[in-house]
Design a protein around this ligand. Structure first.
Ligand code: EPZ
Length: 427
């Protein structure tokens, strides 16, 4: 397994360009199942999760050409509405094929994703929504079998009430409803920008989606039983944006321009970083981040969008390791999303974990160490810590990072970081 080695040094300086949003590209790739035509996605990041989704679509019978930043998907010679465990276990977002498969082909067999490092992450809300649209659900030997209603399995438009906002749950049901006869209403939806982006694509394909970005979404399904193919450029990745903003702010003297960002999508982070004393100026799709004074301790509680994103919690916690005073970081979305804490403690951070809250006391410095990546965003936070820690930090199992950050060492090197990838390091 590869590792990433970082030699702690001075602040980052320069400009970095943001890639397309992983969490928008994944549902949109799955939406191609709703059409047999050739769909084209642009500004797609070169990531492991994109390759995994391409492999899954090929398994389902699609022809997929990945030439980052473009991906083309069209119908192949067969259809196999089944997502196997070997692929789903690599990436939980594979569950996003469920809605399109049932809507289009009347049935689907998808491996249950199983838990992951950050939590159990069940899909009960996805299944509850499909049942509300007339589906029969059967769980058997680690797989979920979904049968659409009636003969051709056309889903019935209906009302779906989510018990909690779920990003991929909302996206799965939007895609299912896009081929259901009549108008479906989804209530208590996730409001993330990636949900809005999927709605834009479904509207290009001929569905009628209203309300994406709010907690109530209406979808009028296409009468034709199939949607049109699309050509779409993916929005920038707001979490990659926030990650480089934090990297710019951890060391005093940092001055970085994050280019090609969607400022409004990362507003919740901008507010908190400014409260911590980081200077942030925005101009169009550019965000200038300057750190030229000591950091103030700031409390953060993660929440569904437009609250503070859980995917930025680990990175912000690292920033608070260098703030003056005590900050309280509360994680309300996932039950086990502090695995970066023990690794940071080994680097000298002063953090006390109490349930889903981390109490951080700022310190003057961290010390380089060999640390273990556990999940995508925790790994990124360890790289950020390594940028300013004394001596050298080696982050192992960086396949986690490669799932969601395109060319991270190249982009960080472009900002002056002393960072390299070590092939085949110890696990
Ligand atoms: C999406 O995951 C993102 N992934 C995650 O990003 C992100 O952390 C998460 O949303 C929250 O913002 C993609 O978009 C591909 P949820 P998702 O369903 O949809 C519970 C990253 O780093 N829940 O919104 O799986 C669930 O356990 C990844 O890029 C149920 O109980 O998250 C969690 O506690 C990590 N039942 C909460 O809801 C369900 O049926 C929110 O989960 C579904 C979810």
């Amino acid at each position: 397994m590869d590792a990433i080695r970082i030699r702690g040094g001075g602040p980052l300086r320069g400009a970095v360009r943001i890639s397309g949003a992983k969490n928008a590209a994944l549902p949109i790739l799955c939406a191609t199942l709703l059409s047999d035509g050739a769909s084209r996605l642009r500004n797609v990041p070169a990531l492991r999760d994109i390759d995994t989704t391409a492999a899954l679509l090929r398994f389902l019978g699609r022809d997929v050409k990945v030439a980052a930043p473009e991906v083309e998907v069209a119908a192949g010679s067969s259809v196999r509405p089944e997502a196997p465990y070997e692929l789903v276990k690599q990436m939980r977002a594979s569950v996003l094929v469920l809605g399109p498969l049932v809507a289009r082909f009347g049935h689907a067999k998808v491996s249950l994703p199983g838990g992951c490092a950050i939590g159990a992450r069940p899909i009960d809300q996805h299944l509850k929504g499909l049942e509300a649209m007339g589906c029969k659900i059967r769980l058997e030997r680690g797989y979920v079998h979904v049968e659409g209603p009636g003969d051709r399995g056309r889903l019935r438009a209906g009302e779906v009430y989510f018990d909690i906002p779920t990003v991929t749950g909302t996206e799965n049901l939007m895609m299912a409803a896009a081929l259901a006869k009549g108008r479906t209403t989804l209530v208590n939806c996730a409001r993330e920008p990636e949900v809005e982006e999927l709605a834009r694509v479904l509207n290009k394909m001929g569905a009628e989606v209203d309300g994406a970005g709010t907690d109530v979404i209406h979808i009028r399904g296409s009468e034709r039983g199939e949607l049109a193919p699309f050509d779409h450029a993916i929005i920038p990745d707001r979490i990659e944006t926030g990650t480089y903003m934090i990297a710019a702010a951890v060391a005093e003297g940092g001055e970085v321009t994050v280019q090609g960002a969607e400022v409004s999508d990362i507003e919740p982070l901008i507010v908190k970083m400014r409260a911590a004393g980081v200077e942030i100026a925005t101009e169009g799709q550019n965000i200038l981040v300057r750190r030229n004074k000591p950091l103030k301790a700031v409390n953060v509680t993660t929440a569904p969008h437009p609250g503070f994103p859980t995917d930025m919690q680990a990175q912000f916690l690292v920033l608070m390791c260098f703030a003056r005073g005590e900050s309280v970081i509360s994680e309300t979305i996932f039950e086990n999303r502090f695995m970066h804490v023990p690794e940071l403690q080994r680097m000298g951070a002063s953090i006390a974990l109490r349930g889903n809250t981390a109490v951080v006391q700022g310190v003057d410095k961290l010390y380089g160490a060999s640390v273990m990546a556990t999940d995508l965003r925790a790994s990124a936070s360890l790289v950020i810590a390594g940028l300013v820690a004394e001596d050298e930090t080696e982050v192992r199992r960086v396949y986690h990072i490669d799932r969601g950050y395109e060319r991270i060492e190249e982009k960080m090197r472009g900002l002056g970081a002393k960072i390299e990838r070590v092939k085949g390091a110890d696990a």
